[in-house]
Every structure is written in structure tokens, then in C-alpha cells.
Design a protein around this ligand. Sequence first.
Ligand code: MSP
Length: 470
Amino acid sequence: MTRVYIATAIPYINARPHLGHAMDYLIADVYARWRRSLGDEVRVSAGADEHGTKVAEKAAEAGQTPQEFVDGLRGDFQNLIEKLNTPYEDYVRTSSPEHVRRVQEIWRRLQPYIYKSTYVGWYCSGCEAFLTESEAREADYKCADHAKPLEKVSEENYYLRVSEFGDRIREAIDSGEMKILPKWRAKEILALIGERAADVSISRPAEKLSWGVPVPDDPTQTMYVWVDALSNYITVLGYPDGDISEWWPATLQVVGKDILRFHAIIWPAMLLGLGLPLPRTILSHGFITIDGAKMSKSIGNVVDPIEALERHGTEAFRYYFLRHVSTFDDGDFTWAKFDSAYNELANDLGNLVQRLAVMCEKYGAGGVKVDEARDEEFAGLMGEFRFSEAFEYAWGKVQAINKRIDETKPWEVAKNDPEKVIELLGELTGEIMGAARLLAPFLPETAEKVIELFQAEKIVPPEVPLFPKS
Ligand code: MSP
């Protein structure tokens, strides 16, 4: 049995969740379900990134302490995970005393690679990112993602000697020891590392940022929120209190494209500094746009994922974001596209289940066993984390069954040959259960219902179709 640890990025708890937050959980869940179906032991982690300037600013705006503020919001994120049907084994809150203590110990262990210096440059509190003069100039001193001016900073900071690990990280990416997906993003990271990786500032003066983990033995400094947050992937496993080698390195880390560089440069440098192995795969997904535009409060186009989940149910939500949004690229959402995807689901699969079950009941077909044989093509796609393509492949099976019914017309066959129609329906029920097995990581509840329905000796059509038209 193989142990598989899948870690999801932990969102900032600075506002209610939006549609984009669902992607990390959905992608991680598909892989978790797939590996479980292979008999592996799987552990998924999730959490809440509660520290940092951005959270502190929002708390102040709300007239609350940062702790009160995150305590009030965090439930919304857990609720989202529950509604997505993407369960996790471990959950970490970065403001928890246990995490804080563990991060401080991590800092102590990184001592040989930490030094103090003066940082002169720029900071975006939206990204919680330091930018060099030339990066800031290129961006015209504004953050495009957060539509606000960069802050000029000149301060005493601690630095992490990322430069010591640049070659190792480059090699790990090149050799596939730490796979970065998609490949073209790996190229971007390699270009960013360049000839010599730059050291990274890993603290901020406590007078500017107090909402964070205090640097051990130096109360004037607060840890940079990314050092605190990235550590979650191992503190949640118990590091450094216990041995994590049963689960670490992670088989898969899921992150959005905007935060890949933190995961593919700073995080590996931290791990190498701690003498820990690197994650095996870091998968970066794209962004969800709304009708072609970036989701943003100022545009006022932020979509509440709970509203979408409630509109057509969890399975339809999963269908849209896992099939119609490519695993590695940006994807667009509009209510109209979402509604039409629901109709597609109802027509292609809901109707198929209904009409096949009606025919089975009418002609007395049933009792076919689920074929457990492995579909190599599908397994290949899943193994390469090409989830939306794997979903497409499984959907092709569903469409092929519809086509076969249209072409073979079982109702005509029944008129002439009652035995042959049972045989034909037996094949079709075998095929639909086979398709359901492939769909299980994407549409777990639907797959279970379809298999349960068609493996019965006596097939009875569902009283309410799987995806009723509203
Ligand atoms: N707190 C950091 C992550 C720390 S991980 C050690 C963070 N938080 S976030 O709330 O801004 O983003 C959480 C996740 O949602 C990230 O993977 C991010 O890329 C993803 N997304 C944020 N907006 C998104 C879209 N519009 N579309 C898809 N994913 C998006 O970054």
C-alpha cells in the first residue's frame, strides 16, 4: 500500500470565499478519490492562512481584532469545503498555538541559512509579496492583481539564503524529482530562478506587522506570512514534534498559478534547509474569470460559490469546474454557461440513466456485474494529473452509450427478439456502470447512484431523474 499525502493551498481569511477558492479543493479531491480507488492510503490537508498584513488591514476595517475577524470568517471556508464534498483528513489554522510553536521551531532549525540585512524595495500587501526595484518598475509601481500602488519599504529584515539552494531546486525541477505542472509553468519558474536565485526577505518589523508569528528571540520582528503559511504543509503532519516520513514528501500539492513561485522556490529552499525531501508534484491551476473578467470586489463581479452550489447541487458544480474548466488553464464562469452545463448533464447523463432504467424494467434486464477491469487510457491521464482530459474521456463513454442506444433501438429489437434485447441491455448496463466507475472521482454521488441502480437484479428507474429540469 502506498501512502499519498495531498496538500491544498490555505486561503487568506480576509473575506468570504469566492468561486476561485473551490479549485484547489476540487482538484485535490479528484486525485484523492482516484488514489483511494487504487487501494492507496490517502491523507488530504486543508487550512486557513490567518496572519499577515492583508488580514490585519481587513480586521481593522471591520473594527475587530485580527483573531476575532478570522474566527468569524473561517467557518465559511470550512462550509465551502463541506458543500463541495471534498473532505480532508487534516486542517490547520495558522493562528493556532500549536502551529505557531512549530513554525518557531522551524525558524530555529533554519538558523544556518538566515541572516539579517536591510531590505530596500517594494511590497504588495495584496500578494504579501516583496518586489525588487526592477520588478516594481516593470509593473509601473502598481500591483495588477490587486489594482493598488505598491508600498515602498526600507526596513531591517531577516533573509533566507535561497541562493544556496538555487542549483538544487533547478536540478530537482529538471530531473522531475519535483515535478511542476503544467510543464510551461515549470519553464517560468526556471526563468525566475535564473542563474542565481535571490535570497528572500522572511520577516517584517513588528511595528509594521504585529499579526503574525514572532521571530524567536527577536521580538522586534514578525515572520513573513509566507514562511508561516508554507510551513503548514508539514506542521499539520506534526513536524517537528514527530516523524513525518510516513507521509512526507507530499505526492501532490495543489496551488493556483499566482502562488506557484512561492511554492516552487521559497518552499523548496525551506525544505532543503530543514533537510527534508521536496514535494513530488506541484500542480498549478489557472484562474476562474467571470464573463472574461478578473473576479474583483471593485468590479463587483465576485460570485459566491455557495450560491452556485445551491443552484444546481454539488455534482453539477463539480461537473462544471472539473470538465469545462481545464485543470491547468484559466476557465470562465457565467451563470448562463453554468445553466447550460447543467442541461447538458441532465440530457447526456440524467436522461440516459432514466431511459435505460425504464427499458431494463420494461424488458426485465438486470443483474449485470460491474466490470472491474482497468481502463489504461483513463488511468494514464489520471496518473499524469490531466484531470479535465480524463473527465472528457469518461464523458465520451457516456455519449457513446447514448449513441449506441439511438442506433441499436432496443425497443425495436424487443419487438422481434425478446432474448436479444436482454443481451443488448445487459451490455448497455455494463457500459454505463463502466462509465460511472470512471466518473467516480469527479461525480462521486452520481457514480454511486448509477452503479447501485444498474447492478440490481431488478432495475427500477429512479422516481426523480438524477438531474431534474427546474
Ligand atoms: N494564503 C495564500 C496561500 C498560502 S498557501 C501556503 C493565498 N490565499 S488566497 O486566498 O489568495 O488564494 C487561495 C487559493 O485560491 C490559491 O491557490 C489561489 O491561487 C486560488 N485562487 C484565488 N483566486 C482564484 C481564481 N480567481 N481562480 C482560481 N483560483 C484562485 O494565496
